[in-house]
Write a protein that binds this ligand. Structure first.
Ligand SMILES: Cc1cc2nc3c(=O)[nH]c(=O)nc-3n(C[C@H](O)[C@H](O)[C@H](O)COP(=O)(O)OP(=O)(O)OC[C@H]3O[C@@H](n4cnc5c(N)ncnc54)[C@H](O)[C@@H]3O)c2cc1C
Length: 418
């Protein structure tokens, strides 16, 4: 008789909930065993090096980040020392080659984002901006001098980066940006940047700000590296945006530029238009696709544990009830599919066969499924879901942001080639 796969997964949770011992013997009856933590055995697709990098990242995140996140989220506090710690472990710009970076595979860099986001999407955002958006941008488009000057210290987390694309009047449509760069009227070899960026991760604490603005002479978008220490007073302000309802463990702010002088050599020479920012975003969006699966997996772990312990009606654990199991089965299925898709896209990227549509697809799908499932799993906690100590509400609030930034999901649904 045909049984949909979903009900089989659901049965796994059901049997496990009733008799953990029975689950083991049911699993061992066949040669291969089912693991609820890796339902489609994605680990089989990873190299030894990727497994080792994933282990290092997971251990650091669980031992060093997890104990800090509850208070950091309550206080809306981001500790920049986190990037130093990640730098020491080689987790920053991990898929870049040279300049003190690990030179690992794209999948390995995704496994790092998954480990970090298993703890919190805000911590992953701070890391992704540093690694993919700013280091990735300098690596891809910067001159050799800029790479030598910034990448080694950024890889160690000694210099912090921010990426300024979004403006108060232009988010989904960055091509309409109003920020400009004009030649300095008196100082040869310098440009003056003016305009405002908003919702910029890390901006209040960044040493190096990669800002996109239109060159006044051509009207074309160019990338500029603003080095905070070289800015005269009053030309660069980066106020924090406080009282966020999500991503509270990361720091977000604005960038105000008022005739901010930038040397011409800090402009990316060979890229113009949206190709520059979109190339950086593609790399970060890949990390988000993998990262959100980490957040969803943590929601599954927390919800499963809660459902096994919480007893309602005739002293049964709520995990015994099929409606609860379905929520877990749906989430586990989506997480397993999402991880496999991210591995595949990562492999294609390293083979030079990835397209922007593929990245849009995994970013959108994984963000959407993570958010929908996290919201459903939240119900398992009943009233306790409202307490921040259970962690589920934090993930739900964070996952709304991941679905919104770097291209809101509806914007990614435009597949021109279909
Ligand atoms: C915490 C946080 C951190 C961020 N970090 C950064 C960062 O580091 N750097 C950076 O540059 N930006 C960052 N952003 C900004 C983020 O990328 C933007 O918020 C996002 O791109 C959406 O832009 P918007 O907010 O202006 O929304 P809008 O563009 O105003 O969109 C609002 C709604 O309208 C919909 N919409 C817009 N156009 C269309 C259309 N043509 N058809 C159908 N629907 C449409 C959108 O899908 C969305 O649902 C961050 C945002 C947040 C919240």
């Amino acid at each position: 008789m045909f049984r949909p796969a979903i009900s089989r997964v659901s049965r796994q949770f059901a049997v496990f909930a009733r008799h953990p011992q029975a689950f083991r013997s049911y699993a061992s009856a066949s040669k291969s065993s089912f693991s609820w933590e890796d339902p489609l055995a994605s680990k089989n697709l990873l190299t030894e090096e990727e497994l080792a990098i994933s282990d290092t990242a997971e251990r650091y995140c669980q031992e060093q980040l997890l104990p800090r996140v509850l208070q950091a989220y309550r206080d809306e506090h981001y500790d920049p020392a986190i990037l130093l710690e990640m730098g020491e472990l080689g987790l920053l710009g991990a898929n870049l080659h040279g300049y003190g970076c690990a030179g690992a595979s794209t999948v390995a860099s995704g496994l790092i984002t998954r480990a970090v986001e298993r703890v919190d999407s805000g911590y992953r955002s701070g890391m992704s901006v540093q690694s993919s958006l700013v280091m990735g941008g300098i690596y891809e488009f910067g001159t050799n001098e800029l790479k030598e000057k910034y990448l080694p210290d950024m890889a160690k987390g000694k210099l912090l980066g921010a990426f300024g694309l979004t403006e108060p009047n232009h988010g989904s449509d960055p091509g309409s940006m109003e920020s400009t760069a004009r030649p300095h009227p008196t100082k040869k070899g310098y440009l003056l940047l003016s305009g405002s960026k908003t919702w910029i991760t890390n901006s209040p604490i960044a040493d190096v700000l990669l800002v996109w603005a239109k060159l006044q002479e051509t009207g074309k978008i160019k990338g500029f590296l603003i080095d905070r220490k070289d800015c005269p007073p009053g030309t660069l302000e980066t106020p924090a945006i406080k009282n966020k309802t999500g991503l509270r463990a990361s720091i977000t702010g604005m960038i105000h530029m008022d005739d901010c002088p930038v040397p011409e050599e800090n402009m990316f020479p060979d890229v113009e238009g949206l190709t520059g920012p979109f190339t950086c975003l593609n790399s970060a969006r890949y990390g988000i696709s993998f990262g959100t699966m980490g957040a969803l997996e943590d929601c599954i772990t927390r919800a499963r544990e809660y459902a096994l312990g919480r007893k309602q009606f005739k002293n049964n654990p709520i995990a015994k009830y099929q409606l609860v199991q379905k929520k877990l089965a749906d989430a586990a299925t989506d997480a397993a599919y999402g991880v496999l898709a991210s591995i595949q896209v990562g492999r294609l990227k390293d083979e030079g066969k990835v397209t922007p549509e593929m990245i849009s697809m995994v970013k959108r799908q994984n963000c959407d499924r993570a958010l929908v499932n996290a919201r459903a799993l939240q119900e398992i906690f009943g009233g306790n879901a409202v307490s921040d100590e259970y962690g589920i509400g934090r993930h739900v609030a964070n996952l709304f942001v991941t679905q919104t930034y770097e291209g809101q999901s509806d914007i990614h649904s435009e597949l021109k080639s279909l």
